[in-house]
Design a protein around this ligand. Structure first.
Ligand SMILES: *Cc1c(COP(=O)(O)O)cnc(C)c1O
Length: 434
């Protein structure tokens, strides 16, 4: 399989190059040259296959012979080595819990797959590889855990001081070893801008082998298709309607992977892009005008994105045809007040605790089902509620239990290097860390 640059279609690279480089010329995103269709018998009978086999079948055509099949089987098996249950909340709505991985967020799966692929590709590299990443909270932890203890790889994470939740901070800062956490006196945008400057700095790139781990990397984007297959496997065993699939969305990588799987043959009645107050895509779907804005902070902070980077991939999937895109996706925007209201309501009615991101999705799906009676569906539960205790405990008026795996983590010591939002400070750190 070859991947072309969406900004310069003449630039074509293999899976390995796309995974290592992250993006192409002029920061163009890579996109697969063709969409390998699922075998119909396979898709109709998912329950006959193990989760590992499903994940392998999903990914193999994208990787081709660049990773030997037995290695790829091992990579996907390790990537999904925790439970991913589809839980019924009520008659119409189920939730696919994607938050039982090492950092209790769905990003564990994309980050886990990417880190293992990179580790395979870079095994025999002479130079140590430095993965540089900015995070607003969840990405950093998932990436840190994905790369933790891998030989020949250092991870440097920049995060905004005092702007991530206590659990998120521990996940970034308590690992040590090859994981370096830089606590930046500034915002997430400042962190991201520092990272961008580092990637374009000659002196740094002459000294270090830098690579990114951001969400636009195909090795993080593509494995997210697996969620939808594993959901469908469970869905098929108890429901006879084709599901409406609702995805809490920020950068739109997750939903874009779901639509990709759908175009390859995965049955889906409709997709819902569930957004918080950052409503660029719902507005686009309504008005056809795409107006990126500055992100506004919300309770579902991992979705605070004002200019979703995967939007261009969604357009590409539909050959830029607005009408066919609109037939497949609807968009909804939910504000913080409604989000809190949903967490309270779902807890009181069904005794199920939603995190703020999943609550945005629940609100949207409920609204869609009200407007389109007779349908059923599921939401993607993207984070464990314990990662957002302030909002959730306020909404349900109860303390949430900390899972055992987290208790140990919360007792560990935070280790960070504090820097100002100043490129010279980052540069000095990078050039002197080894
Ligand atoms: C990253 C994230 C999202 C948004 O996913 P995208 O692929 O960027 O749309 C939603 N929920 C949580 C908890 C996240 O961490």
């Amino acid at each position: 399989m070859k991947y072309y640059n969406l900004k310069h279609s003449e630039e074509k690279v293999d899976f390995r190059t796309a995974a290592i480089k992250g993006q192409g010329k002029d920061k163009g995103l890579f996109f697969p040259e063709n969409l390998p269709l699922f075998n119909e018998e396979f898709i109709q009978n998912l329950h006959q296959y193990s989760d590992e086999e499903i994940a392998y079948q999903c990914m193999k055509d994208f990787v081709g012979d660049e990773i030997p099949s037995e290695v790829l089987r091992k990579i996907v098996a390790e990537t999904i080595s925790f439970e991913i249950p589809l839980i019924k909340i009520n008659d119409e709505i189920s939730v696919l819990e994607l938050f039982h991985g090492p950092t209790l967020a769905f990003k564990d799966i994309g980050a886990g797959f990417m880190s293992r692929c990179l580790s395979y590709f870079l095994e025999n590299q002479q130079k140590k590889v430095t993965v540089l990443v900015a995070t607003s909270g969840d990405t950093g932890g998932a990436v840190a855990h994905g790369f933790y203890n891998l030989p020949g790889i250092d991870v440097v994470i920049l995060y905004p001081k005092n702007r991530v939740s206590p659990v998120q901070e521990k996940q970034l800062t308590a690992l040590g070893k090859n994981i370096y956490a830089l606590e930046v006196n500034g915002s997430f945008d400042d962190c991201q801008s520092l990272v961008k400057q580092a990637f374009s700095n000659e002196e740094i790139n002459n000294t270090l082998f830098l690579t990114s781990a951001n969400s636009i990397n195909i090795a993080r984007w593509l494995p997210q298709q697996i969620y939808y297959l594993l959901a469908l496997k469970q869905w098929q065993q108890r429901e006879n309607k084709i599901p409406v699939i609702c995805v809490p969305s920020g950068n739109f990588g997750n939903i874009c992977a779901g639509i990709l799987a759908h175009l390859r043959g995965l049955p889906a009645e409709h997709f819902i892009a569930a957004c918080n107050a950052n409503d660029v895509i719902p507005e686009y779907l309504k008005t056809r005008a795409f107006n990126p804005k500055d992100a506004v902070p919300t309770l579902s902070n991992a979705m605070d994105v004002g200019d979703p980077s995967n939007f261009v991939r969604i357009l590409e999937l539909f050959n830029n045809e607005f009408d066919s895109l609109k037939n497949t996706i609807s968009g909804y925007s939910t504000d913080d007040q409604e989000t809190m209201h949903t967490i309270t309501k779902v807890y009181n009615k069904y005794h199920y605790i939603l995190d703020p991101h999943s609550a945005v999705a629940f609100t949207s799906l409920e609204q869609y089902l009200k407007e389109n009676p007779g349908k059923k569906g599921f939401i993607l539960g993207t984070a464990h509620p314990v990662k957002f205790p302030d909002a959730v405990e306020k909404a349900i008026k109860t303390k949430i239990e900390i899972p055992q795996s987290l208790e140990a983590l919360m007792k560990k010591e935070k280790k960070t290097i504090e820097i100002n939002s100043d490129f010279e400070e980052l540069k000095r750190f990078l050039l002197n860390k080894n």
